[in-house]
Design a protein around this ligand. Sequence first.
Ligand code: CO
Length: 204
Amino acid sequence: MKYLGRLFERNQAWAGERSAADPGYFSRLAHIQRPDLLWIGCSDSRVPANQIVGLEPGELFVHRNVANVVPVTDLNAMAVIEYAVSSLGVRHIIICGHYHCGGVRAALEGHQAGAVALWLQPLRNLAAAHREELEAQPSDDARWDRLCELNVVAQVQAVATSEVVQAAWERGAELAVHGWIYDLEDGLLRDLEVTEGRVADAGG
Ligand code: CO
């Protein structure tokens, strides 16, 4: 338990630092949650949502799963999107994939069993739908990274056509769905420029 014990020590140190810098910090956060952004990303431990975009607790509503896949039949993801859009009123949904995604790799290799294999079926379908483009890539790594990008584009489409997002647009809500990709090699994000919907100002 030594290792886990250290996590509690770190937690106490972190909470102490926050309170010392701003005595009202936790009581304010406890009573209000008003993020403007929903982040849908991969569970990969190297892609920590808040840290890579420099956002504090309270600023980012987050959903992560293996390979950032958003099937409309996934009650978990749909509930997150519904809550974020209808209750929190987020104006931006960011689907953020990453290069060298292990889930995407597994779907390309395509010979596993179990829950992960079932979960990755939409990615295998996506790879099949883009077989020519993928086969034209110069290397296995390039194929892998291209499927990571195609996955983000497909998930932007899935979220944009979901019932919740369609209903939000029908009632005139300001809401945009973005597709980004993160590079583990340099820590940088890239906008794939497949945004659906619009928001009046760029900030928020
Ligand atoms: Co991943």
